[in-house]
Each structure stands twice: as structure tokens, then as C-alpha cells.
Design a protein around this ligand. Sequence first.
Ligand SMILES: NC(=O)C1=CN([C@@H]2O[C@H](COP(=O)(O)OP(=O)(O)OC[C@H]3O[C@@H](n4cnc5c(N)ncnc54)[C@H](O)[C@@H]3O)[C@@H](O)[C@H]2O)C=CC1
Ligand SMILES: O=C(O)[C@@H]1CCC=N1
Length: 265
Amino acid sequence: MKVGFIGGGNMASAMIGGMIQKGVVSADDILVSVRTEKSVERLTNQFGVQATMDNEAVVAGSDLVFLAVKPNQIKNIINLVKNFISPEKIIVSILPGKSLQWLGTEIGKPTKLIRTMPNTPALVGEGMTGVCANDLVTEEELQLVLTLLKSFGRAEVVPEYLMDTVTGVSGSSPAYVFLFLEALADAAVAEGMPRKQAYEFAAQSVLGSAKMLLETGMHPGELKDMVCSPGGTTIEAVAVLEREKLRSAVIDATRACIRKSKGVD
Ligand SMILES: NC(=O)C1=CN([C@@H]2O[C@H](COP(=O)(O)OP(=O)(O)OC[C@H]3O[C@@H](n4cnc5c(N)ncnc54)[C@H](O)[C@@H]3O)[C@@H](O)[C@H]2O)C=CC1
Ligand SMILES: O=C(O)[C@@H]1CCC=N1
């Protein structure tokens, strides 16, 4: 199977890297179109894929095509390539805010469409992708796409009305987590820890905490309580985070992201 990507930026590169590393698609079977010669060179050197500036050639030559450009480019791209989209090809969007119906209308003919929202931890095999499909996609085809997406992390089917929520809770959230990690490390640096070591201690702590939540099935409040010794150090930090409204800030920020995803034009 030939897998195409229109757009080879941050997100597509993370997905391509993950797929090749896991061996679900070989680099020879991946075609990518980008806007500049420099990007063609980067993708060829980095992954050994076939990179080009010819979007039509990528659609014509692929069985499955990921649309991985920015939302403001997608109308133009669809106009350029729609004549090369045939009924047996599967089109997989990774764009926020663009519904299956919107994509179908732009393409202008019955097309197998899958809408996804991945995230950049795909680059290290720990992505999280939300997925929904239109009714022209068979169960077998959906499973095939899930296999591709699971090569770089977890992937789950969700109803389409939750896709903007997926943008907020996992698509965009690595950025919020990196802000938190940077601040955590800054505090350690302020107390004299070398920067590199501070990132290692902070990142491994967040990684381990996330793993505990996923693997123990325990409530996050219970896991937090396990860390807070009575009269101890942790509860002092928790009290400051509560006073500074960390949780409200995260809820408000995530909902702002979801609102933006709903309103993408
Ligand atoms: N970066 C992220 O964490 C995530 C991004 N997304 C979505 O993925 C899409 C791509 O985002 P990024 O990779 O971050 O953006 P990016 O700016 O890194 O990449 C965009 C890519 O599109 C290509 N491109 C632009 N115009 C083109 C054209 N006319 N023909 C062919 N290629 C063209 C560029 O060469 C570039 O490779 C966006 O819709 C974004 O919302 C979804 C989930 C996570
Ligand atoms: O910021 C963005 O628009 C994209 C969508 C999810 C993550 N990055």
C-alpha cells in the first residue's frame, strides 16, 4: 500500500517517523508533497521517503492520503487534487475543525473520508489520536487506518462531535505540558540544578505520573493524596497551585482551545 502525505511539517514528520520506525509502512512506500525545495531535501534525507512539490502526483500515486496542511491551505489543496481522488482511495484529514461533511462537500463527490486528530508525541511512539469516519469507509478500512495510527501510539474511534474536544485534551495539550515542564525545571535551575538534569527529573516525573494514571486505574485525586504526606512538603506546593488556580487555568485554556477548534475556518 502506498501512503501519501500532503504537507510534511511538524505533525506529518512525527507520524512518518513513527510509522517507519515501527515498520508498518516502508519509507519506499511513503510519498510526501511539500511547498519548498528545502522541505523536499529535509524529508528525503531524514526519512528516505519520496518527497516532491507535486501534490497531484502524491494523490495519484497513493492508496491512502493524509491531508496534513494548515487549515487555511486546505481549500486550495482540495481544489488542486480533487480530480485525482477516486472512489477507492482513503482520504485522512488531520486538520482541526474541518468536519467530514465539510471535506466531502469540498471534494464534491462520494469519497472515503477519515477525520483524525493526532499529537506530536507520535514522534516517540507515544501519540494519542482521535478518529472518526464517514459511512463509505468499511470496517476493514477503518481497522487498517487504526493500525497505521497505532504504530505511533494509541488511537481510538470517537463520535465526530467529540473531535474538537480531542484537539483540546490531546492534540494541543503537549504544548501545555511542555509549559509546565519548563516551569518545573526553571524552579530546579533557580535552586542550582543544572538545566539538563532539571529537564530529566521533571520529564521523568511527568512521564511516570501519566503512566500511573493509565496503568493503575486509580483516580488522579487518590494518586495525588498518595504523594501528600501529612504536614509534608508536597501539600505546601499543592496549596500554592490551588491558590494560583492551576486547575481553573487548565480548564479554561483547554476550553478556549476547543472553542477555537470548533470555529476554525
Ligand atoms: N503540530 C501539531 O501538534 C498538530 C497539528 N495538527 C494539524 O496538522 C496540520 C499541519 O500542522 P503542522 O505539521 O504543525 O504544520 P507545519 O507548518 O509544520 O506543516 C505544514 C506543511 O504543509 C506544507 N504545505 C503548505 N502549503 C502547501 C501546499 N500548497 N502544498 C503542499 N504542502 C504545503 C508545508 O510545506 C509544511 O510541510 C495542521 O492542520 C494542524 O492543525 C494536528 C494535530 C497536532
Ligand atoms: O495548534 C494547532 O492548530 C494544531 C492543532 C492541534 C495541535 N496543533
